[in-house]
Ligand binder design. Structure first.
Ligand code: CDP
Length: 237
């Protein structure tokens, strides 16, 4: 497998083509961004920590029967993935109220959500990733009803698997965002799963161990990501 040219570069990852038309290389950079790219910083070790974290989670999900784009980790900061056609819809599940939900509805941060909520957002930075629904996704051709049903089902399966995994490390999976794509006709999980795209709290103190440390300027961002990794048995040197 040979890495060829850069296909595109996002806020935290760059994507490269390879000599295999079905495979891409994801390069996890040290760049951190929040508030639709308005806050930006470079955080040492972030690319490596997120790449190793994501590889571990994607493998766990595959073992549990979730189809993902992940093929293998190539280096500290690079992984090989299947080239999918991305579905421009973000799926968010919440087990505990935080972030956008608290702002939008005025509910108290930290209350348990039973059953967990499921929300859709359009992947569009310029418009600030607006909230959408299944009707809008179908009408505008962002995803078919069948794809949306599969995305929802897979997103809840991931919740079941990861809530338990993080609980074993004494953490609460507060909420998370997943992205999907289509590979050879099937809906599969894409993008990454790392503390950049979810909220994780210490189960006892409720200390924030995720990207909210960056958003809120709490410091110790990568140290927290490394702590999360350590607690679920990931070794990063
Ligand atoms: O992150 P923010 O408070 O703006 O939005 P949210 O709707 O509360 O986010 C719910 C979860 O999805 C959080 O874990 C976010 O980190 C994640 N998310 C993400 O990774 N990327 C986005 N574009 C939006 C949300």
């Amino acid at each position: 497998m040979e890495k060829r040219q850069e296909l595109y570069t996002g806020k935290a990852k760059s994507v490269y083509t390879t000599d295999d038309p079905d495979l891409l290389v994801l390069h996890f950079r040290d760049d951190a961004s929040a508030f639709d790219g308005k806050k930006k910083e470079s955080l040492a070790r972030k690319g490596k920590v997120n790449n190793i974290f994501n590889a571990f989670i994607m493998q766990r999900l595959e073992e549990a029967g979730i189809p993902t784009h992940f093929e293998k980790q190539l280096s500290d900061t690079e992984s090989l993935v299947k080239k999918m056609e991305m579905i421009p819809v973000e799926c968010v599940v919440r087990n505990i109220a935080a972030g956008g939900l608290v702002k939008r509805l005025g509910v108290e941060e930290g209350i348990s959500l039973n059953p967990p909520t499921f929300e859709l957002f359009l992947k569009n930075d310029e418009k600030g990733d607006p909230m959408i629904n299944e009707s809008l996704a179908e009408t505008f051709g962002w995803a078919t009803p069948e794809q949306l049903a599969e995305m929802k089902s897979l997103t809840f399966k991931v919740n079941h698997i990861l809530k338990q995994l993080f609980a074993e490390g004494d953490m609460l999976l507060v909420d998370y965002k997943l992205e999907f794509g289509v590979f050879k006709g099937d809906v599969i999980l894409g993008d990454e799963f790392s503390p950049d795209g979810c909220r994780l709290w210490d189960a006892h103190t409720r200390e924030k161990l995720d990207k909210d440390r960056f958003r809120q300027g709490l410091g110790g961002v990568i140290e927290a990501y490394e702590e999360v990794a350590r607690r679920i048995g990931i070794h990063i040197d």
